[in-house]
Design a protein around this ligand. Structure first.
Ligand code: PHE
Length: 494
């Protein structure tokens, strides 16, 4: 069997849009405002911008250079660098895949909220509504045997949409959807922010962002938080940038593109947080609840606090509420499809399975795993998956990638690849960052994550984490051991 034709972006704009779409996700909308608020407000922008340039863009460039140079999937590239490294690729991809299984579930909850938002069906107690009526949450582990139908259906819908995009040719699927959804997403955010600024009390909220707490700058945890947000927000180390860059035609300006993507992603989250804070400021004024009690992150912000705000917002809420949930949906879909593309690419390249069949298999398995989150204990398990995979496994994977590309691979070749066509050049500073500074920072973040996870986890969480660890060790080894059907898998011409 011959190797399938290599996909290629038909325009630079499709690539840039897909990259921005992969980065702008739930993390930008509901994680960033809280991180900003809890780490000194305005002064947080200093560690944030330093992390963005020094670490974020630097690592994106590694992924771009590697993907672009080899024009292959992560599994094949790591195999080429050193045969024994292939399991590391499957380890990274498995983490990414498992993250997607619960990410899709959250996007599914959001889908339910789009429908609810037209009539504000969550009623006077959105917190109880979310836990009882939407999730049917129970504390007992026996809840794993009860399926929550509405959640299951919404998860199925999102997986179906992802399958529908991924099975198509690159430009017709991911390229088209990115070019369509991203401008709509940007327009919705502009509308929400503009509207939020007209609300009474808005200044109580947005002034928090602009009021700096300079003393926070001497706190190392604030610097780690900034770095953590950049890792999460730019989706570093998840083989997304590497995969997307491998589809770039010759002559592409890698460094210039990386800067556009990183700036757009950060611009999005900073701009969006002005809207989130203004809306919370309005709530503080209207309800008398102190501002600091309203600021939260994640599902609590989107599915509890925001519905509460919409309840008191008046007639405009019937427009703003659906737009808000639609914004989360679009941001979620463009990120989830990016997470899956790298996984599909490695599988299809090693086992010579065409795009459509790979997407079908990956989406079916993904859906089956996601059903765990559609049970009565779904949200509890989801929380454990989220903490473990993000704080623990993913950072460890990024650390491995830094070591592999910075130390094991001939790093200078990457500098040449990046500088070939770009107007902005990289050099020795970049090398130092990747070889020394980045691994140290990631290790710091990882150690902090491990410590906080282990000190707060209960016995159920520990059991789930042990199961995940076993899966994360065994499955990559099996995938690496499986014989490649693609005979070219073992040799790269570069
Ligand atoms: N960067 C995206 C976000 O902010 C995608 C992502 C998904 C990142 C899952 C980490 C984990 O949501």
């Amino acid at each position: 069997m011959t190797e399938p034709n290599k996909s290629e972006w038909n325009s630079n704009i499709a690539f840039v849009m897909a990259m921005i779409g992969s980065a702008v996700g739930l993390g930008n909308i509901w994680r960033f405002p809280n991180v900003l608020y809890s780490n000194g407000g305005g002064s947080f922008m200093i560690p944030y911008i330093v992390s963005l340039f020094l670490l974020g863009i630097s690592f994106v460039l590694v992924e771009y250079a590697v993907g672009f140079k080899f024009k292959k999937s992560l599994a094949q590239i790591l195999y080429f660098i050193k045969e024994k490294l292939e399991p590391v690729a499957w380890f990274v991809l498995l983490i990414v895949f498992l993250i997607t299984t619960y990410y899709v579930c959250v996007v599914g909850w959001d889908f339910i909220y789009i429908i609810l938002s037209f009539t504000k069906a969550w009623g006077a107690n959105p917190d109880l509504y979310f836990a009882n009526t939407v999730l049917h949450s129970t504390d007992s582990m026996t809840g794993i045997f009860t399926i929550v139908p509405n959640v299951l259906v919404s998860i199925a819908v999102i997986w179906f949409v992802l399958w529908f995009i991924l099975k198509r040719e690159l430009n017709e699927g991911i390229g088209f959807v990115s070019k369509l959804l991203l401008p709509i997403l940007a327009a919705i955010v502009v509308i929400i922010v503009a509207f939020s600024l007209t609300l009474p009390g808005a200044s109580i909220g947005y002034s928090q962002i602009f009021t700096p707490d300079w003393s926070a700058l001497t706190n190392p945890n604030v610097w780690l938080a900034a770095f953590g947000q950049i890792v999460f927000s730019l989706s570093l180390g998840m083989a997304i940038a590497l995969t997307y860059a491998s589809y770039l035609p010759k002559g592409s300006k890698l460094v210039d593109n990386a800067i556009v993507v990183a700036f757009s992603n950060s611009g999005f989250e900073v701009f969006n947080s002005i809207g989130i804070f203004s809306i919370l400021g309005f709530m503080a004024l209207t309800s008398g609840i102190p501002f600091n009690e309203l600021v939260t992150e994640g599902t609590g912000l989107a599915f509890v606090v925001f519905p509460q705000v919409f309840n008191v917002m008046g007639p405009w809420s019937s427009v703003i509420a659906p737009l808000f949930f639609l914004c989360i949906l679009f941001a979620g879909i463009t990120s989830a499809m990016a997470l899956l593309e790298g996984v599909c690419y490695s599988i299809s390249e090693k086992f010579l399975i065409d795009r459509k069949k790979t997407a079908t298999a990956v989406c079916i398995v993904g859906f089956l795993i996601s059903t765990i989150f559609a049970t009565g204990v779904g949200s509890t398990i989801l929380g454990v998956f989220d903490t473990y995979l993000n704080n623990f496994a993913l950072l460890f994977a990024v650390l491995l990638e830094c070591i592999i590309f910075g130390w094991i691979y001939k790093f200078d070749d990457l500098i040449a690849t990046l500088n070939e066509n770009s107007r902005i050049k990289v050099g020795k500073t970049w090398k130092t960052v990747i070889k020394y500074i980045l691994p140290v920072c990631i290790f710091g973040l990882w150690a902090q994550g491990v410590y906080s996870t282990l000190t707060t986890a209960d016995s159920t969480s520990i059991t789930i984490m042990i199961i995940l660890t076993v899966v994360l060790i065994a499955v990559p080894i099996i995938f690496a051991k499986l014989p490649a059907r693609n005979k070219n898998f073992f040799n790269i011409e570069n």
